[in-house]
Design a protein around this ligand. Structure first.
Ligand code: DHB
Length: 312
């Protein structure tokens, strides 16, 4: 009777948990494993127009409280993921999957999105405005002018369901400014958050990843309070048609519960999925259902966004 089912952009998912882009989603084999697990759906590795090798290894490291990575957008190129998704929508017509993408320039982003628009793809597109790891390329969503320009240009031709992956923001004025921009567009969701960009992890006297002298995106337990703040800040500010996907620091059912309480309609698992494998989906789902049962909640709607404040 307790259900963790959800909807995004009008599509139904039998579970609100899925992978976070970058984890378990580079190859069809990895994507199949997520698809056939307890996850409700999957998102592909962020695709560029062409195959990319990414940064030199080591470029990902598990650390006690999370992870650090500077992958550099290695991926098999748009066609690899798009062709696979086109096949899947024939063989799994009742399920919906997410395609993540971004160009190495605004022109490339438009070329990619125009290709998706022209294709038969019926799923959900996530435009990644927050990759922190390509040397010389800033995180797009930290530049509000560029972000607004891209969105205004994209929605001139793109009519399929589209959301954006955001970096964490750390200032109330930035939440206000970002939300004011997003509210102007027919976005279906925002996904909060990508890794906390450009952290530094040290073991003995050395960094632990090669690219950028050790600077990399931080995930895992370190980032949950920042992730929850971003989920809730956008839940408070965005028009109700723009849903929230919550990502960051989800190790347990309790963490997923907190994301939903802050307003998330879907919850993504990154570092924990990397560390534990796809069995994490079943475990976290069971833990979430146990909490819901204890509290008498039957569906996510019973508590989504209902974070309690301390009265004046
Ligand atoms: C990479 C990392 C990200 O956080 C992201 O959003 C996209 C790509 C990467 O380094 O591959």
């Amino acid at each position: 009777m307790v259900s963790t089912s959800t909807q995004i952009a009008g599509f139904a998912f039998d579970n609100c948990l899925m992978n976070a882009a970058g984890v378990a989603c580079m190859t069809k084999e990895e994507l199949e494993e997520v698809k056939d697990s307890a996850a409700g759906t999957f998102v592909t590795k962020t695709a560029t127009l062409e195959f990319r090798q990414g940064n030199p290894e080591p470029r990902y490291q598990d650390v006690p409280l999370g992870s650090i990575n500077s992958m550099g957008l290695p991926n098999n190129g748009l066609d690899y993921y798009l062709d696979y998704l086109l096949e899947l929508q024939e063989s799994e017509p009742n399920r919906t999957f997410f395609l993540s993408l971004v160009g190495m320039s605004p022109e490339e982003t438009h070329a990619i999105l125009q290709k998706v628009q022209a294709s038969d793809f019926k799923g959900i597109t996530e435009l990644n405005l927050s990759c922190p790891n390509v040397p010389g390329k800033p995180q797009i969503a930290y530049d509000f002018e560029t972000t607004e320009k891209i969105l205004s240009e994209v929605f001139a031709y793109f009519t399929k369901p589209l959301g954006i992956k955001l970096p964490p923001y750390f200032d109330i004025v930035h939440f206000d400014q970002a939300a004011a921009i997003f509210n102007k567009y027919p976005l279906k969701f925002v996904n909060c958050v990508n890794s906390i960009g450009n952290g530094l992890y040290i073991e003995d006297e050395s960094v632990v990843i090669r690219p950028k002298n050790g600077f990399g995106g931080i995930g895992g337990q370190y980032i949950k309070p920042t992730a929850l703040a971003n989920v809730h800040a956008f839940y408070q500010r965005l028009k109700p048609e723009i849903q929230i996907i919550g990502t960051g620091g989800v190790l347990t059912g309790r963490d997923a519960f907190e994301h939903i309480l802050c307003g998330a309609s879907m919850v993504q698992v990154g570092t924990t999925l990397y560390k534990e494998g796809v069995v994490a989906f079943e475990r976290i789902t069971t833990e979430l259902k146990t909490i819901m049962e204890e509290k008498g909640y039957e569906s996510l709607e019973d508590f989504r966004g209902k974070l309690k404040y301390i009265e004046e």
